[in-house]
Write a protein that binds this ligand. Structure first.
Ligand code: UDP
Length: 317
């Protein structure tokens, strides 16, 4: 069990859940975030805990932390397509320079390191479901290239630090994740559909809605990450829920779950939008004895409850 954990991007959706988990496990948590997409409201409940500290900082700059650090979780990055298309250069910088700085700190502190990588490594996949051994189908000069290539570079850098400096490193390829503390206006499909349904506005389905995604509830993801950073495995591990659904079926499911009178409105499919996505989680299951425990019905209920409570928060952005 690490004593002192540093989480970059700790004020984001996944980062804030990781802060909660490591505080619950009795660790001291240092959260670093420049709040470009993170939000203090996600972590304000930890401020009274003296084991928690927050530093507003951009991790593409030289990182200095006093004292020992046992584990670094590198989660800083815009992660929704809307965000990284609005911040393409920041996305490339945090994935490359930010990962370099975070690894440099891990090396100097002799800390373990976990990289938040992504299913976007696989691009618009030609292999389905996606196994870690698939090298992917990414267009480096496409719009999504800023995120995909930054994360691919980050994976390469992590492996180089592992091989050359002997650091204990981990690479989690995170698939679509959802749950409380997601930013309502982050442009992703679930926050969009849920807020649209709750407001009685049309649900915006991009393309014909036959593209698929597989959605993992946040608690399952956090459990998988927690187990991964206690393993000795340095190669990439898919963490996600293999339950796959088309986007049009997801829209119908949310309309019926919320009892909304919203209709479905079709919009143009964004360039480079992957047609299918579903993790093969054999590696995670064998290595970590992990499988997702929360089905979509329960996960959506918990998420809806959060969104209903926060839909009127003007500050939730
Ligand atoms: N999508 C949609 N309507 C929306 C937002 C997204 O139909 O209002 C689609 C998007 O085109 C993609 C899928 O939902 O096929 C998931 O998009 P998201 O932005 O959540 O993340 P991605 O999985 O593409 O990284």
């Amino acid at each position: 069990m690490p004593d002192r954990v540093l989480i970059t991007g700790g004020a984001g959706f996944i980062g804030s859940h990781l802060c909660a988990r490591f505080l619950d496990e009795g660790c001291e948590v240092i959260c670093i975030d420049n709040l470009s997409t993170g939000n203090l409201a996600n972590i304000s409940r930890f401020f009274s805990d003296r084991r928690f500290s927050f530093v507003k900082y951009n991790v593409t700059q030289y990182l200095h932390v006093d004292g020992e650090v046992d584990l670094i979780l590198h989660f800083a990055s815009p992660a929704s397509p809307t965000d990284y298309l609005e911040m393409p250069i920041q996305t490339l910088k945090v994935g490359s320079l930010g990962t370099h700085k975070a690894l440099g700190l891990a090396k100097s502190k002799k800390a373990r390191f976990l990289l938040a990588s992504t299913s976007e490594i696989y691009g618009d996949p030609l292999v389905h479901p996606q196994k870690e051994s698939y090298f992917g189908n990414v267009n480096p000069v496409g719009l999504r290239g800023v995120y995909d290539e930054a994360k691919r570079f980050a994976e390469a850098l992590v492996m180089a630090y592992h091989r050359n400096h002997g650091i204990h490193t981990h690479i989690a390829r995170i698939f679509n994740t959802y749950g409380p503390f997601m930013r309502m206006d982050d442009g992703r499909v679930l926050p969009n559909f849920i807020t649209q349904a709750l407001r009685g506005e049309p649900l915006t389905v991009y393309g014909d809605g036959t593209q698929t995604r597989s959605f993992c509830y946040i608690d399952d993801l956090v459990e998988g990450l927690y187990r991964l950073c206690q393993s000795d495995y340095a190669y990439p591990v898919n963490i996600g829920n293999p339950e796959e659904i088309t986007i049009i079926d997801l829209a119908r499911e949310i309309i019926s779950r919320t009892g909304s009178r919203s209709e479905i409105e079709f919009r143009e499919l964004p360039a480079g939008d992957p047609l299918v996505r579903r993790p093969d989680i054999t590696v995670a299951t064998n290595l970590l004895n992990w499988i997702p425990a929360v089905g979509r019905q329960m996960g959506l209920n918990r998420t809806l409850e959060y969104f209903e409570q926060h839909i009127d928060d003007v500050t939730n952005n």
